[in-house]
Design a protein around this ligand. Sequence first.
Ligand SMILES: *Cc1c(COP(=O)(O)O)cnc(C)c1O
Length: 348
Amino acid sequence: MFDINKILRSNIKNLTPYSSARDEFKGEASVYLDANENAYGSPLDTNYNRYPDPLQYAVKKRLSEIKGVPPRNIFLGNGSDEAIDILYRSFCNPGVDNVIIVPPTYGMYEVSANINDIELRRVPLTADYQLDLEAIAAHIDDKTKLIWICSPNNPTGNSMHREDIETLLANFSGLVIVDEAYINFSRQKSFIQELTEYANLVVLQTLSKAWGLAGLRVGMAFASEEIIEVMNKVKPPYNINEASQALALAALQNVDQINTWIKEILTERDKLVLQLKNLDFVLDIYPSDANFILVKTTDANGIYNYLVQNGIIVRNRNKVELCEGALRITIGTPEENAKLIETLKDYK
Ligand SMILES: *Cc1c(COP(=O)(O)O)cnc(C)c1O
């Protein structure tokens, strides 16, 4: 049913990608005079004078071991935000095609659609923050190229029902993108293992959240080889810099540290939920599968400003549809969480 050629933009289908010096000569040599680099070195302790590997093979090989997916099914972006933009640029014709988002959800799907001049069709989540499959189906037409699903969802924190995502995958002839930025904190299984089942699935993950590497800007897309090939063709040739590749590779050796932190963060999350429930201005705390919680309060703006005055910054989601009165709070260290609770106890 899914045919990539039916959704690929014709200019991308016909694109001759940039051919770098490293694309044109791939072997080992002793003298490289082909890329106009500074052969003398860098004015630093580490040399960065050579262009990085355009396809980031070493990082992908390590990710492949961790995720159980072949390197050819992995795309790396300068943050997953770059992968989001590249999916628009590869598959959506500006001023012609449309995509579906399911608010409240991650803001970049909308911003990136606007930058690329792609019509956005909003199909709000149900009152319990799940997918409204009938409404989604009613908004799909032959110009609908992408459906963006965030699970666990930002800012609500919950996971979408797995069968609902599978229903979309099985029935939609465009791409279903499942953004799993928070999957490491979730009790749900990743959709990565469904890649062999669904040719129209793209799974996004990132090193920015559980992996603690937001500053390096490394995001991942997992998809069929034909989708990954298109994304590689469209991306800037050297989109992940050498320092980020080297540091990401080193960090990916420390899986145990990450798993320890994830356990601690989940323990802290449960503790924080219990303490927040005792505060009389807290109306509800939504079940979270992520490293943050969405807290419904009697006065989001008042509490937000009070916390700012006390040097604590949370995310005010009061203006977001279906999140009225809500603050999104990231789980911090035990000390930070204790400070938050102590401060909130004094709110009048
Ligand atoms: C934080 C976040 C991202 C950002 O990823 P980067 O890899 O840092 O660009 C993507 N999706 C969601 C839902 C997020 O919350």
